[in-house]
Design a binder for this molecule. Sequence first.
Ligand code: ASP
Ligand code: MG
Length: 409
Amino acid sequence: MSLIVQKYGGTSVGNPERIRSVANRVAEWHRQGHRVVAVVSAMSGVTDSLLKLAREVCAEPAEREMDVLLATGEQTTISLLAMALHSIGVPAVSLTGAQAGIVTDGKHTKAKIANITPGQVKKHLDSGEVVIVAGFQGQTLEGRITTLGRGGSDLTAIAIAAAIKAEVCQIYTDVDGVYTADPRIVPNATKIQEISYDEMLEMAGAGSKVMQARSVEFAKKFNVKFEVRSSFNNNPGTIVKEENQSMEQVVVRGVSVEKNQAKVTISGVPDQPGIAAKLFQTIAEAGVNVDMIVQNVSQSGETDVTFTLHKDDVDKANKIAASISELSSAKSVTVKEGIAKLSVVGIGMRSHGGVASSLFTALSGQGINIQMISTSEIKITVVIDENRSAEAARAVHDQFGLNVVNSGH
Ligand code: ASP
Ligand code: MG
């Protein structure tokens, strides 16, 4: 018998039938004698349509009101799930974020959890009820409703698991777990049994959108072990936890591809102190989110600076191209779309060499040109032509034998 926190995402509770199926799953754990807290998201599409509704009545909705509105999505789901549980004879009670004791700072629409006082959660668990908590929302000390940023129900689940010291935290979603690559691109990708927080963060940051990155950071900080698994079957998922020695044996845990990238190249910039500072200040002020930055070795007092950004920021980048060139007395500024980032991730890279050369060998075997390279302790990223990113991912996945290792311990 254990204390379990389960989180069900938007697709898992996307319609009445699915809510009933979640109720059956929760009921099964409850019947086995476990104490269950279920954190739920809004039904899929609801948060988006609330956002749209708001924009239809007001061009710039006040963030305080936005939070009051957005919080209704999750509030719908908690009550419906409680009703579905009642209808099959399981005692259950729904709690809003505020009722569950989730106290946040006052940054509306992206609030941070300050602390949790889970008195009511514990009280209802003690009386044998399933406790259903609205994800994604909290309350400031002054009683204002807040939300935690898109995907924030994951954070609610992890934070509650930490606060009540749950033995297990299960994140139920529409995929079976974390894979060595996106199975839609790499058909022989395999499910990863165990992955460290850092690897999960790098995979998430590199585009495998299984979970909100902030939640993984929070889990790492408070050492909350969690499992990502499907709400549509009973397969074991992927365990995300603190790294151990055996995890380092696997050099590359996974390959991820992030499409929809663009790059800006600023050529013939004078190689002087202060130029990069000025440049990137202008870029930041224009609201462009910069990712990889590469500066060439200077030739005769001049250098080239290249950076990547998301395709969505290309218009902004184009708008400031002229002022960038003027500011930095650059010879030219070019913006190019149609590129992708491919990354290999693994904590084993800290202790094993040769990963970069294997990666480059796999790409050259396909005749794929590498446009930029960047590395961190546990990740190597290359920028390549977007059109070739799928075949690149397959070749790299094979190169590191990821179809057979089934990276576990
Ligand atoms: N409903 C919120 C969103 O769509 C929170 C969540 O689903 O985790 O972002
Ligand atoms: Mg979600």
